[in-house]
Design a protein around this ligand. Sequence first.
Ligand code: ADP
Length: 265
Amino acid sequence: KLDQKIEHNEYQLTKSISENINTTLAKLQDADKSRDEFVANVSHELKTPITSIRVLADSLMSMENVPNEMYAEFMQDISDEIDREAKIIDDLLSLVKLDKSANTLVTEQVDINQLIKQILKRLRPIAQKRDIEMTFETIRDVSADVDETKLSLAINNLIENAIKYNKDGGFVKVSIDADHKFFYIKVKDSGDGIAPEYRDLIFERFYRIDKARSRQTGGTGLGLAITRNVVHLHDGIIKVSGKEGEGTTFTVRIPLNHVKRRDKK
Ligand code: ADP
């Protein structure tokens, strides 16, 4: 009887060990797969502008007498592609830095109203070009313990998107609220909205709903990944809502006081 019991226990133990090994392996494979996908995406995204530049330069060089107008047009296209490459590299560096400095948020008491006002001031000329009205609503002074540079980058991405994916003559409404524990930033726009099936995907690195349009608007697909990263580093959450065809609202909720933790990822 005892033998049987020992055998059974051994069997249980081996079973649970092998199950553990299997789940660990599966996790490692997942991490491997997502890293491979990321590297493949990075290579693809970095190569695209370079391929365009190559084609444009080659065709200019192969022509004998290039009309001035055509020359200017091709050069403009080359210059645009270089800007695009630079933007992708900038965004990638931001993401990598966020990963590396995960434990080192440099937080201090920041006037959140002021932070938003500065971003709006910076983006106003882009909005004005498309006749988009930007408004800011705040109930009271909100001061919070945040990493100013990183949070500014995160909110900038949301407001820039609200302009980019809007219609001419539309609006962007930014508002701030707070309770005793959290502050809330809302960015609402009058664009086409985001269908429910895309609401998780848009936060993935390089994910863009409409690749052609996003390319036209200078998108890299990294903006929201950066934003979510920053919000999570602050122990916050980010949500997207809005009815299809009636614009989008992004809501960020971040604790007023940052709790430093050593094991934070
Ligand atoms: P991108 O650089 O392409 O703007 P993001 O990561 O910032 O990349 O956004 C990912 C995708 O989510 C965008 O390509 C766009 O399709 C969609 N998106 C983001 N913000 C909005 C918005 N305010 N309204 C509609 N679609 C949006």
